[in-house]
Write a protein that binds this ligand. Structure first.
Ligand code: FNR
Length: 185
């Protein structure tokens, strides 16, 4: 079994990115599982908070999920042509404490996708994540790109209804899972 963790970078109940993640959960090939994860409950990073209380429980839970997974997929929104602050904050907490060896993202297969109501489907946000994920030592998969644009019509009541996007998403997950499984051999 190949176990992936899918992390949505939106806190919104009606998030397109969480909806995309949920669609992916239902489109996995045989032998592949996606565990849904969220960034809820993580405070703003504050070095004083960390010194006093350590890494917050919600961030530790995410770290554990990533540590147990064979690969990670980020489902990222785009804010002002870049990474959304709440999502970056969550990932930053997950890299703490700096003394963690091995680092949770180190060598971890990684893929990224995202959805936005606009015409460009998070292309700039996805690009902006790359130097971050390189710094964390992930093993990126560049086998396919998936930018879900015009999300307002691709989703209805939290369900992916655009069949072309559904096919692309299924291929995207299958491609990444094959890359992950190859590395496990
Ligand atoms: C946005 N949005 C947005 N969309 C986009 O395609 N490019 C952008 O640069 C921005 N910038 C931006 C800034 C801020 C502060 C907000 C709140 C929103 C719109 C964004 O894509 C939209 O709100 C999505 O619905 C967010 O993703 P979720 O929450 O639906 O997953």
């Amino acid at each position: 079994m190949t176990r992936l963790v899918g992390l949505s970078g939106s806190l919104r109940k009606a998030s397109f990115n969480t909806a995309l993640l949920r669609a992916a959960v239902g489109l996995t090939p045989d032998g592949v599982e996606i565990v849904e994860a969220s960034i809820h409950g993580i405070p703003l990073y504050d070095g004083d908070l960390e010194a006093e209380h350590g890494v917050p429980e919600a961030a530790t839970r995410l770290k554990d999920l990533v540590a147990e997974a064979d690969g990670v997929v980020l489902f990222t929104p785009e804010y002002n042509n870049s990474i959304p602050g709440p999502f970056k904050n969550a990932i930053d907490w997950m890299t703490r404490p700096a003394s963690d060896i091995p680092r949770v993202f180190g060598g971890k297969p990684f893929a990224i996708t995202g959805a936005s109501p606009g015409n460009f489907g998070t292309v700039l946000s996805q690009e902006a994540w790359l130097p971050v994920m390189r710094t964390l030592g992930t093993r990126p998969w560049f086998g396919a790109k998936l930018m879900v644009s015009k999300a307002g019509s691709a989703f209805e009541d939290g369900r992916l209804v655009d069949t072309a996007t559904e096919k692309k998403l299924a291929d995207f997950i299958a491609g990444f899972a094959a890359f992950v499984a190859e590395g496990k051999r």
